[in-house]
Design a protein around this ligand. Structure first.
Ligand code: NAG
Ligand code: NAG
Ligand code: NAG
Ligand code: NAG
Length: 270
């Protein structure tokens, strides 16, 4: 009796180890198919981010390709390179820096070609950020507004506001240029005077990008009852992206437990 219950305990122990390790291997994509990488500082970068050298076939979301500049991971947004400061996989976010976009960190001016396109199929630019609006070199302005002194140029003045709290005035008619950009980090942006004193630091801290996939096939592949990982291959002739779902037993065309056709199984067994 004692020996058979011992047996049973052993069996339960074995079964629970077995399932734990299965769950672990399912919790993350297999690295032989979805390779991790780092840029030399040891911060591991992984699914759904991917290295651009993994083209024309990659495991990860569309638009989340990174590369390395020296030891820094960088991402291209609207044709500009941004250094990645940190990645948070539990909230699907990364923080990018404006360091390469601004010249004088003590009095940083946003280049007029930078104004981020604030909509993207991949990123939410607003979650975790505040939007700042700058008006540069205004010839007329409301007399009560405090300006950014480091930008003073003759009689022209420059201003910064929270995007939702721009004082009523015809700024566009009276200023040379304007830019609206997201910033994260640096705390309270509600008070105009405070904003003037902290905008440089806020820019140095960069902004947060929260990623997601809007691809229905990819969402089905990752759904809880499927537990797959999204992959794409570029179609040589028209450059289109063909979706595939990476499952424990190989690639499927839709989801791991759907009836999507299994293919390329031979080189993807894990
Ligand atoms: C924006 O302007 C800067 C400096 O003029 C330039 O280096 C950068 O390549 C430009 N970016 C784009 C996307 O045109
Ligand atoms: C990542 O995000 C989670 C959820 O918002 C948060 O609890 C955690 O502190 C973050 N990790 C880091 C390193 O910031
Ligand atoms: C971005 O995230 C915020 C906060 O989570 C949300 O209110 C907003 O609707 C999202 N925007 C888009 C375009 O998904
Ligand atoms: C304002 O205009 C001057 C030239 O009149 C220029 O040198 C300066 O860079 C401009 N400042 C800003 C913040 O755009």
């Amino acid at each position: 009796m004692a020996s058979s219950s011992h047996h049973l305990l052993n069996l339960l122990f074995f079964v629970s180890i077995f399932f734990t390790s299965i769950n672990d291997s399912f919790a993350r994509p297999p690295t032989n198919i979805c390779p991790h990488f780092d840029c030399g500082k040891g911060d591991v970068i992984r699914y759904p981010l991917w290295h651009q050298s993994q083209s024309p076939e990659h495991c990860g979301y569309q638009g989340l390709s990174l590369s390395c500049q020296g030891q820094n991971p960088v991402i291209i947004l609207n044709n500009n390179f941004y250094k990645i400061r940190s990645i948070n996989y539990s909230e699907n976010s990364l923080v990018v820096s404006y360091a390469d976009q601004i010249q004088n960190p003590n009095c940083p001016k946003i280049p007029s070609n930078l104004t981020a396109k604030l909509t993207s199929p991949v990123f939410n630019y607003t979650s975790g950020n505040k939007l700042l609006t700058f008006f540069y070199n205004c010839t007329l302005y409301p007399p009560s507004q405090q300006d950014i002194t480091c930008f003073q140029s003759g009689t022209k003045r420059s201003f910064v506001f929270s995007a939702g709290a721009v004082p009523e005035f015809d700024w566009h008619a009276n200023c040379e240029s304007t830019a609206t950009i997201p910033v994260g980090g640096a705390a309270a942006f509600d008070d105009g005077e405070l904003l003037i004193s902290i905008f440089a630091r806020a820019l140095t801290e960069g902004f947060k990008l929260t990623w997601r996939t809007t691809d229905g096939a990819c969402q089905a592949c990752e759904a809880a009852d499927s537990d797959g990982f999204c992959g794409y291959s570029t179609n040589g002739t028209d450059g289109g992206q063909n979706f595939f779902c990476i499952c424990p037993e190989g690639r499927r065309s839709i989801s791991c437990y759907g009836d999507g056709k299994l293919f390329h199984i031979s080189n993807l067994l894990i």
